[in-house]
Design a protein around this ligand. Sequence first.
Ligand code: C2E
Ligand code: CA
Ligand code: CA
Ligand code: CA
Length: 281
Amino acid sequence: SKDEGRNCFHFFTEQMQQNAEYTAKMHTSLKLALESSVFELYFQPIICLDTHKIVRAEVLLRWQDEGQFIPTDEFIALAESSGLIVDIGHWVRQEAMSFLIELQNIAPDIGLSINVSMYEFWSHSLQDNLVNSIQHIAKELTCDVFPFEMVTIEITESLLMKQHTHLIDSLNTLREMGIKIAVDDFGTGYSSLSYLSHFPIDQIKIDKSFIQDSGISKKQQALVEAITTLSHALELHVIAEGVETKEELEFVKNAGIEAVQGYYFYRPMTKSSLLELLSKR
Ligand code: C2E
Ligand code: CA
Ligand code: CA
Ligand code: CA
């Protein structure tokens, strides 16, 4: 079954990851995957709870090897340890930004939210790398003005803890271009809340672990409500991840959260499924 396949992969990686030979092989097959374009982008709609309309879609990378999906967090982790994440990240942005232009003709109100690995910030200064990568792609794609205001970059909380020298400058540059910054997996790190006011950010995405326990724990509820109130006071948008049930949706609504993403509404889907969905609106 699918689960067994997953477990096999877990077992395989855990046993072999320490093995340099395996790492080299994995690096080669990741590189091959990138070159032979077997990677694919999936899209998961994000819904505004006020209007019940799709406002954005998160771009999620998929790798199918011999008909089986390899869990994204696992191959991303391997790509990070081998440094290939920089090339993969660039490829994701090329595909996503190119698709955004296509999307502009059909659904000009829909934005794309793109994940950026914190290793992309560590391996080079963001100023020289991520900003350049995005500007370079935009230049290649358009002779006109690129719709940067429809792009959100998702970074993780742990990145903010690293206090990268150029991080604030770089996030500011991205925002000056019109790009929005979201803090992903919010609440899973160990940093203080103070960075919410220190860093140039626009949105926080409350991690699904908070949302999915909401029915059980009153304390969890209080925490999510407090995070939402605080974020709103700082003029940050709040998105809830991993909403799977009606109860979780109710909880999210009651907490005052304005946007949701989760299986309750949509699972990640192919480009053509998203286009079909948007054209039927
Ligand atoms: P993430 O950024 O936190 O993405 C959300 C994950 O939650 C996705 O897993 C999505 O499929 C899943 N999800 C969405 N709704 C629900 C729900 O209702 N219930 C549950 N249980 N899960 C839900 P996915 O696609 O497997 O991606 C895993 C992680 O891999 C992502 O977590 C992100 O950290 C990373 N990732 C994915 N695409 C990229 C990429 O292009 N670049 C980088 N650097 N990382 C990526
Ligand atoms: Ca994300
Ligand atoms: Ca997340
Ligand atoms: Ca995550």
